[in-house]
Design a protein around this ligand. Structure first.
Ligand code: ATP
Length: 213
């Protein structure tokens, strides 16, 4: 039997530092990353059945000239309209889950022993139980807003709306087996904390973590 692979979830609110944290852990520790956002982007590209389904549900006005789903436009709609968000999730969530499982299978066959699954909607997708450990990035709302405004071309009002559309930090912290990473400081501080977290995970591995599934 193959050595069991450790699946670590990684989640957090919008602009909480998920991408930054994954890139660091990947570079520093060579850990494989399955990125649910990248999967979603792929599913919304022309030629994918989910892209067709989304355009059928929301209209061809949601398509780019190339025939992909216009994610910016769709984002604007679903952050405003809860029912629309629900409809979108009904189409995408099962497909995202399927693709995550597929990528995990490939990595396992390749012999990877530790994989991070980065998913903004880990809790909303009900994926918590897939992971014996979850790294939870937390950031204060003001900092979140500041980073969003600096990095994305959206208005303060839109930033507020997007933050509010998400699960709040208090609810997130109820997640089982989570290791919290506060990302209100500098990048250097984030990386130091991630080193600590990685060490903690390594220690727990030695102490025989339960099998992920
Ligand atoms: P999203 O949910 O939108 O995908 P995310 O959680 O992946 O976002 P990142 O893209 O990693 O978040 O971070 C958001 C922005 O904040 C990026 O531009 C990133 O460079 C910046 N950032 C993240 N952490 C820090 C930090 N500690 N100090 C300064 N800037 C940071």
């Amino acid at each position: 039997m193959m050595a069991s692979m450790l699946h670590i979830g990684l989640t957090g609110g919008i602009a909480s530092g998920k991408t930054t944290a994954c890139a660091y852990l990947q570079k520093q520790y060579g850990v494989a990353v399955v990125d649910a956002d990248a999967i979603t982007h792929r599913l919304l590209q022309h030629g994918q059945p989910e892209c067709d389904q989304v355009l059928a549900a929301f209209g061809d006005a949601m398509a780019t000239a190339a025939g992909d789903v216009d994610r910016a436009k769709l984002g604007e709609l679903v952050f405003r309209d809860k029912a629309a968000r629900q409809r979108l999730e009904n189409i995408l969530h099962p497909a995202i889950l399927r693709e995550i499982q597929f990528e995990l299978g490939k990595l396992e066959a390749q012999g990877d022993t530790t994989v991070i699954v980065a998913a903004p909607l880990l809790l909303e997708l009900g994926l918590e139980d897939l992971f014996p450990l979850v790294i939870l990035l937390l950031v204060d709302t003001e900092m979140q807003k500041k980073r969003l405004l600096e990095q994305r071309k959206i208005s303060a009002k839109e930033a507020k709306r997007r933050i509010q559309a998400q699960m709040d930090n208090r609810t997130r912290q109820n997640i089982k087996n989570c290791i919290k990473v506060f990302n209100n400081g500098t990048l250097k501080e984030l990386y130091q904390r991630l080193d600590e977290v990685w060490q903690e995970i390594a220690n727990r591995r030695v102490a025989k973590l339960p099998n992920p599934r």
